[in-house]
Design a protein around this ligand. Sequence first.
Ligand SMILES: Cc1cc2nc3c(=O)[nH]c(=O)nc-3n(C[C@H](O)[C@H](O)[C@H](O)COP(=O)(O)OP(=O)(O)OC[C@H]3O[C@@H](n4cnc5c(N)ncnc54)[C@H](O)[C@@H]3O)c2cc1C
Length: 388
Amino acid sequence: MPLLEQLGLLDELKEISLEGENLSIYRESPGGESLELLSKTNTSALKEISGYPSIIMSRPDLHALLLSHVPSHKLHLGKRVLSITQRSENGVLVRTSDGSTHVCDILVGSDGAYSGVRQSLYKLMKKEGCLPNSDGEEMKVCHMSILGTSNSMDPNIVPLSKDGLSRCDAVLGYKKPHSSDSFRNSDWGSESNGSIQEDWRAFKLPLGPDNPYVTVGDLINSTESDNVTKVMLEEKFYTTWHHGRTVLIGDACHKMLPNAGRGAVNAMLDAVILANSLYEIAKDATYSNIRSAFKEYYDERFLHAKADFESSRKMASILSGQTWTDDIMRKVIFNFMPSAIMNKILVKSLAYRPQASFLPKIEYRGSGRVDPQKESKRYLQEKAAAAI
Ligand SMILES: Cc1cc2nc3c(=O)[nH]c(=O)nc-3n(C[C@H](O)[C@H](O)[C@H](O)COP(=O)(O)OP(=O)(O)OC[C@H]3O[C@@H](n4cnc5c(N)ncnc54)[C@H](O)[C@@H]3O)c2cc1C
């Protein structure tokens, strides 16, 4: 949020968002006939500590907002990266699915969990004998989720967003995916739905106005099939984020479970720290300086991303774990944990709020402490020179 405010996008962001005031956790009653409210937590502490509310927006709206600020000539669409060849002194050669090749100084793989850039880079590194074994292992598929945006006119379903849409993001516990579900969801689309199993359709959701609940099946039935997608929720933390002139950011190098809402946040934090590091060397972008900038990015981001990866896993158990220990944890944390301890955890987790070091900084909001950020030497020098 501070970063988006620094970029001047906060007002537009508010336009497309709803404030999430509560986090409510439900579970099915033992017989499965109704939903039972396990806990309801207010998000006001988060607002007080960070200075920003907890907001929820639809992914296409966020994409459209960000895209509207990127000059269209900077985007080349319909080019799926197929393979890369690194030439240390002369750049990276990228082959794309439209049959073209591109030579670039650096390549940033921000192409998601099944990153073609990562796979191609790791193949090269394996040949060179410098890929750690753990990075060669497959991602672990842990959960499955059904997402849908319903422009439902069904009076039995309560709209969740400003435009009257109901968005269902049902993380269906630890159900094992069927063997036919082993698709890759580098792009989410209705084609990945396949059959949504009957027992999943019966899964209850607290979205009924008069009825206590509706089911996933009710929501799917009142939603255009193009708007429903089924995604695998994988997790894997890679340790190799850069090699030569290629660097990875976001899910391409750390795919975390979505329950803590930290995946996209971490992708954006990677992007800003990488941009800060590259800005510093951009006027003298030798091969050696590029590699130093990548290392600086990695050194700053690695531990923060790792901590969020771990907390996302914990949050997945707390929010949707199906064992009796998960249940007890949930009850204790949301009903009995003293608010002072909860606030201490929040203050710690919200302290890391880096901004773009090459733009004027904004004042931090909220009562929580903020970790100090390294200043850009280049920005300070250029500012001082401009002031003379
Ligand atoms: C159910 C669910 C809910 C979530 N909720 C939240 C949340 O509330 N908050 C949060 O912070 N995060 C959330 N996340 C996580 C978030 O979606 C991801 O962490 C985030 O999208 C990662 O961004 P990315 O840019 O790294 O990858 P992606 O968003 O996956 O983008 C990758 C892009 O690369 C393109 N691409 C793929 N392969 C190639 C190729 N070979 N060549 C060229 N382009 C390619 C794809 O088309 C895509 O546009 C959620 C995830 C899930 C599954």
